[in-house]
Design a protein. Structure first.
Length: 278
């Protein structure tokens, strides 16, 4: 065999080898893709017939995406955090509650969403306790100006400035004393205390004096007048919706005690039908 013939034979052999390898790879790839397609179809059919598996897959994918996002942004995601917030859409409230919510939000410079949740809670708890919810909101306004973390120098805490150490037994129903800083828990405990004091004292005015700790003092520092005046304003807002805040600066008596006999600058409280308050 000549050299040229030898080279031609080697070239043909290499060409045949490469062709065979290419054909083999094509067959393998073709069959592999077909197998992948079959697996995908079977998986899709399984997911359609097993919604629980689909939900698990979606949850794992969402968790993986969240972890990747946390790694990139440096923020640990907590998708359920919004459920802990004390907030509601004011637009979903009944008309009277929505008017009260917007008025309180403007006067006390607080967001309407948490106020909406508190107003709705006050109306629900007030109805169950036979106490006018606007009286509950008035106490809340004068006590803390709607600050759920307020604390006085004598230890009254939360929205309604309940004396936590005195009423610790009531907070046991809500998981312990730290519930004093949960707005709704504090509201419920405060309403219970107010209900007991009104029943024990025999009138709303006397009950309010007990609530502020002035039952045996010569003066309550104008507390009862302030609460009843705020109650009257809230009642006007609820009934007409045309009232404007009488005083843009909120006064929290318990968190910032006023001297005995100090008024709120708005004169005496308008007449209030006490029988309608509880």
């Amino acid at each position: 065999m000549t050299a040229s013939g030898y080279l031609a034979a080697v070239g043909n052999g290499l060409k045949t080898f490469v062709g065979d390898v290419a054909d083999g790879l094509f067959e393998i790839t073709h069959n592999g893709l077909a197998l992948v397609g079959v697996v995908v179809v079977l998986a899709a059919a399984l997911l359609l017939t097993r919604p629980d598996l689909r939900e698990q897959g979606e949850e794992r994918l969402a968790a993986w995406l969240s972890s990747r996002q946390a790694a990139v942004q440096g923020i640990v995601p907590e998708p359920d955090a919004a459920w802990r917030a004390t907030a509601a859409d004011p637009g979903e409230l009944p008309r009277e509650q929505a008017k009260v919510t917007q008025w309180i939000a403007r006067k006390y410079r607080v967001a309407p969403e948490p106020v909406a949740a508190l107003v709705a809670e006050a109306y629900e708890v007030g109805a169950a306790s036979r106490i006018d919810p606007k009286l509950v909101l008035a106490v809340m306004a004068i006590e803390s100006s709607f600050n759920p973390f307020a604390q006085s120098s004598v230890g009254a805490q939360g929205l309604m400035q309940v004396m936590t150490r005195v009423h610790s037994d009531k907070y046991e129903h809500f998981g312990g004393q730290y519930a004093a800083f949960d707005p709704k828990s504090n509201l419920r405990v405060g309403v219970k205390v107010l209900q007991e004091y009104i029943a024990r004292a025999g009138s709303v005015e006397a009950g309010l004096r007990r609530y502020v700790g002035a039952a045996n003092l010569p003066s309550d520092g104008g507390y009862v007048d302030k609460v009843l005046a705020e109650h009257a304003r809230l009642t006007q807002v609820a009934n007409s919706g045309n009232a404007a805040p009488a005083d843009d600066s909120a006064t929290a008596l318990r968190a910032n005690p006023a001297p005995a006999g100090d008024g709120d600058g708005s004169g005496s409280a308008p007449p209030v039908n006490v029988a309608t308050l509880y």
